[in-house]
Write a protein that binds this ligand. Structure first.
Ligand code: SF4
Length: 349
């Protein structure tokens, strides 16, 4: 058996990356797995994990934390996570060198152990009672945790009773990351999102009503030249009705092996040029009437101004709307003035 056996999944949002969040795997992979642009869990089967397995993972992490602390005290480091304390433990438990999650856990402890992200693709699919018990166990085991977030599908949130959602919120789940992608019904159907715009609105509004911080992701360029106007207008329409805390831009990129990459290859989907992407963004942003933070916290938001700087900050907190809406629109105009955008072939590699 591995030393400190616990599982760590591959995916988490960038805002939970680096050493920021403890990754705790409550389920494996995605229960939907049909989206035409997505490769995340495609070769893997969805599995619920038992409460016993989840608790056992949390216990293994706690044991690792305790043993580092003990090693640190023996070295006279007062329990702090120091390099020497970690090296001393590695001598006793060399299996940690090849443990997929050990580095993540140690980094997280070293920066204070404040936030956690529940993996994988749709934690709300769990039986609410089990999810509440797992969250409670996590918070009790690691009392330093101040914020817990997860991915969820709007359709699943919409199906949950509001009292269950509130109980999950009260058990410590603070934020849900929802993949809207687009608010356009034709495009949602085409990309096989498995939910229509009304379902997105219901799921988003219910998550807000339950008291979660809601982070909605949309994909500029998803409709290509064929559907860009409806994509922009209906995405703004849905977001206006949800008015989430965060709106995050994840520009579409056809990933080889996905149906959407095939549509690009066979000419049924025409990619937007960088300038066209900015025109689509301008249309979507103009249509927004929200009090959200609008974020471009991903390297795919690549556009530059004539001065050579990025059009948008990649900061996780983005721009506060409506106060900074004009600023974002001004930045888009600065991007539209720029003549040296990289060619499409480079951007979509
Ligand atoms: S729901 Fe999310 S993880 Fe699942 S297939 Fe769609 S985009 Fe991928």
């Amino acid at each position: 058996m591995t030393d400190y056996p616990f599982e760590t999944g591959v995916y988490r949002p960038p805002s939970e990356g680096g050493s920021a969040s403890l990754l705790v795997r409550f389920t494996r992979n995605c229960p939907w797995n049909h989206c035409a642009f997505c490769t995340m869990y495609k070769t893997e089967k969805f599995e619920l994990r038992s409460l016993d397995d989840i608790k056992s993972d949390i216990d293994a992490m706690a044991a690792l934390g305790r043993d580092i602390e003990t090693a640190s005290r023996r070295l006279g480091h007062g329990g702090r996570i120091t390099r020497d304390a970690v090296m001393a433990l590695l001598e006793k438990a060399p299996g940690l060198n090849s443990h997929y999650g050990a580095d993540m856990f140690i980094q997280w402890l070293a920066v204070g152990g404040k936030t956690a992200f529940i993996q994988d693709g749709n934690s709300l699919i769990m039986n609410p009672k089990d999810l509440i018990e797992a969250l409670t166990y996590l918070k009790t085991t690691f009392p330093t945790i101040q914020r817990i977030t997860t991915y969820a599908r709007a359709r699943t949130v919409a199906q949950r009773a509001i009292e269950h959602l509130k109980a999950i919120r009260n058990a410590g789940l603070d934020r849900v990351h929802l993949g809207l992608e687009t608010g356009d019904d034709d495009l949602l159907k085409k990309i096989k999102k498995g939910v229509d715009s009304q379902g997105h609105i219901q799921g988003g509004q219910k998550a807000m009503a339950a008291g979660f911080q809601v982070s909605e992701y949309w994909m500029p360029g998803l409709g290509g030249q064929e559907m860009w106007q409806a994509h922009a207008d209906n995405t703004a329409r849905v977001l206006n009705q949800v008015n989430p805390h965060y709106i995050r831009s994840r520009p579409f990129r056809p990933i080889p092996g996905t149906p959407m990459a095939e549509w690009v290859n066979n000419g049924t989907l025409t990619l937007l040029s960088p300038k066209e992407q900015l025109l689509e963004l301008k249309r979507m942003i103009t249509g927004l009437d929200v009090t959200s933070k609008v974020c471009f916290d991903h390297m795919g938001n690549h556009w530059r101004t004539t001065a050579g700087d990025l059009v948008f900050t990649h900061d996780y907190e983005g721009y506060q709307f409506p106060e900074e809406k004009n600023k974002v629109l001004e930045r888009i105009e600065m991007g539209l003035d720029f003549k040296g955008h990289p060619p499409l072939s480079f951007l979509h590699m």
